[in-house]
Design a protein around this ligand. Structure first.
Ligand SMILES: NC(=O)c1ccc[n+]([C@@H]2O[C@H](COP(=O)([O-])OP(=O)(O)OC[C@H]3O[C@@H](n4cnc5c(N)ncnc54)[C@H](OP(=O)(O)O)[C@@H]3O)[C@@H](O)[C@H]2O)c1
Length: 367
């Protein structure tokens, strides 16, 4: 099968690099266009990017020219119709609408449009039905293009563990305290003198994002809008001296009492994408580890090729019903891998066959 050409916006950053790594041998997608800031545009990718991953930078990618961050045809080829975006929120707010208006499917990692009413915020195992929202976007009607987002890196691992519990027992309230890896802050991210031997009990806007995104992800799509989950959620977010892998300590009150066996069964039987043959979907999205001291970032973040959420330490809670620990890889499941899986679902739904018209002006109004 011929692979679809894709582009990456923000290709030189931490998440951009993960996109390159994950797409290198992807059976459906092939990287054909890379863009970053004006500082990088015009340079060879290998020169513009400080490659930080533990697999070699592919030679053909290193030789590719970093393009300007605009949705225009290039002298060497067409702008791909599928754009994976890994931009900071302020930059995404400015740039992503231009690509959607130019007829691209923008599969975004940024928070800029996650909570917009007509923008799907999606984790395929949790709420793939919300993808229908994209049909309400004005870009979609005008050019065929649209924006689809994946959540904050902490929200993804957490909602994978929560969805099976919400389905079977309902969630009344939730308390979560995170321990987030430094790669979550991008590159160069947190200064080494701030984080080595230390914990920073503040990540800007993170607690608000985690609380509201979980509400939208577990919310109900009515056919016109998403009704937020009716549950109380309180989050504490902390940065810790770990390279990759976000860990979260969760206490939960369910609407209906559940036994330990029922909770474990809800997790182990949760396989909503089984049989769909999506290349990036983990076989077991929520893996339970019964060891007393797991999950741990170094040992468990690569489960399911970095796409699974590992839960452990399930025990009764003195304040709420149950407490447990969740771990997920923040730049794979929490970012690039999540966006690639969203694109695979969009492909299956026939929503990547966008009919792109002509390149549009850069200052297009958002939907
Ligand atoms: N890291 C994570 O674990 C994680 C997880 C989930 C979501 N996210 C989200 O993903 C996004 C990217 O995060 P990151 O960690 O990859 O950040 P990063 O390492 O700081 O990378 C930022 C990227 O954006 C590019 N850029 C900056 N200004 C630009 C502009 N004006 N036009 C075009 N490109 C521009 C940079 O290019 P230059 O190299 O040219 O400056 C770089 O490629 C953020 O919204 C973040 O919140 C990150």
């Amino acid at each position: 099968m011929e692979r679809r050409k894709v582009g990456i916006l923000g290709a030189t950053g931490m998440v951009g690099q993960r996109f390159i790594q994950l797409l290198e041998k992807h059976p459906w997608f092939e990287v054909a266009w890379l863009a970053a800031s004006d500082r990088s545009a015009g340079k060879a990718y290998g020169e513009a990017c400080k490659w930080k991953l533990d697999t070699p930078l592919p030679k053909h990618i290193a030789a590719m020219r970093v393009m300007p961050n605009v949705p225009e045809e290039t002298p060497t080829g067409e702008l791909p119709k599928i754009i994976f975006a890994a931009l900071d929120a302020d930059v995404a707010r400015e740039l992503e609408p231009g690509f959607a208006a130019a007829g691209c499917a923008v599969v975004s990692n940024s928070s800029a449009f996650r909570m917009a009413e007509d923008v799907p915020l999606v984790v395929p195992e949790v709420n793939a039905d919300h993808l229908e929202l994209l049909e309400r976007q004005s870009w979609r009607r005008r050019s065929g293009g649209y924006i689809v987002t994946n959540p904050n890196c902490c929200a993804i691992g957490l909602v994978l563990a929560l969805k099976p519990l919400e389905e079977r027992f309902g969630i009344e309230s939730l308390f979560v305290s995170t321990m987030q890896a430094v790669s979550g802050a991008g590159y160069p991210g947190v200064a080494s003198l701030d984080i080595l031997g230390n914990v920073v009990p503040y990540i800007r806007n993170e607690e608000e994002k985690l609380q509201e995104e979980v509400g939208k992800l577990l919310g109900r799509y009515t056919g016109a809008e998403v009704e937020m989950l009716d549950a109380k959620l309180s989050a504490h977010c902390n940065r810790v001296a770990v390279e990759d892998g976000h860990m979260e300590c969760v206490s939960i009150k369910l609407r209906r009492r559940a036994t330990r066996e029922e909770v474990l069964a809800a997790w182990s039987e949760f396989r909503p994408l089984a049989g769909q043959r999506l290349p990036s979907a983990p076989e077991q999205p929520v893996e339970f580890d019964a060891s007393v001291d797991r999950p741990q970032p170094r040992l468990d973040r690569m489960r399911g090729h970095g796409m699974a959420s590992t839960v452990g330490r399930l025990r009764e809670c003195n304040l709420l019903d149950w407490k447990f620990v969740v771990l997920s890889h923040n730049t794979i499941r929490g970012a690039a891998g999540a966006a690639v899986l969203n694109a695979e679902v969009l492909a299956r739904l026939g929503k990547l066959d966008v009919k792109r018209t002509v390149a549009m002006p850069r200052d297009v109004v958002p939907a």
